[in-house]
Design a binder for this molecule. Structure first.
Ligand code: 5GP
Length: 206
């Protein structure tokens, strides 16, 4: 029996610290867990690199990928489209790796429907005021864009109840530890860990 990979979805309002949590989680799980690089039609920000932070594409290129069934899921967020290329996710899961998707709530809902044993974690900020402070301090968005993101955030928080777990990112290290605990425990659930029993049964002393 083969070890199945674990698909982990992290959603939560823009500015709640998902990116930082994910990068710290990946540092702890080097070689075991990978972040899926999404495709987006939005403009590149600051130091973002094509193929590392996102695949930055035109709306036409994005539509072609959707039409050719190359997306696991996609959604519109604000004025832009975001989607998960399906190829790398399937490849890594087949190798027994953990794949993390950093996606918004519509994408989370689609993944839940398509892959019911995906583990879905909602990351919440400690308060809306703190979320606003983080978005302002990030300095990457106009005041208009921040206000739009704060409005979206309130709607997103209503979707937290559909997720398997809720992690509040107040103290970063605690939030990272929470996400690591969830990933570790999920990998030990029977639906993911039965391969261990066949290893026990097939183990031959040399
Ligand atoms: P940002 O513009 O701040 O990088 O991302 C905006 C939102 O889009 C975030 O909530 C982020 O999680 C989400 N997002 C990023 N990639 C994807 C994706 O592939 N699919 C979906 N559905 N959402 C995504």
């Amino acid at each position: 029996m083969r070890k199945d990979g674990l698909l982990v979805v992290l959603s939560g309002p823009s500015g709640c610290g998902k990116d930082t949590i994910i990068s710290k989680v990946l540092d702890h799980l080097t070689g075991e867990a990978f972040l899926s690089v999404s495709m987006t039609t939005r403009e590149r920000r600051g130091t973002e690199q094509d193929g590392v932070d996102y695949y930055f594409v035109t709306p036409e290129q994005f539509r072609e990928n959707v039409e050719n069934d190359l997306m696991l899921e996609y959604a519109q967020y604000g004025a832009n489209f975001y989607g998960t290329p399906v190829g790398p996710v399937k490849h890594l899961l087949a190798q027994g790796k953990t794949v993390i998707l950093n996606i918004e709530v519509q994408g989370g809902k689609n993944v839940r429907r398509l892959i019911p044993d995906a583990v879905e974690i909602f990351v919440a900020p400690p308060s809306l005021k703190e979320l606003e402070r983080r978005l302002v301090n990030r300095g990457t968005e106009t005041r208009d864009a921040i206000d739009r993101r704060l409005l979206i955030a309130q709607a997103e928080l209503q979707c937290a109840c559909d997720y398997d777990y809720i992690v509040v990112n107040d103290v970063l290290e605690d939030a990272v530890e929470d996400v690591l605990s969830i990933i570790r425990a999920s990998a030990l659930k029977t639906n993911h860990a039965m391969y261990r029993i066949s290893e026990v049964l097939n183990h031959v002393e040399s």
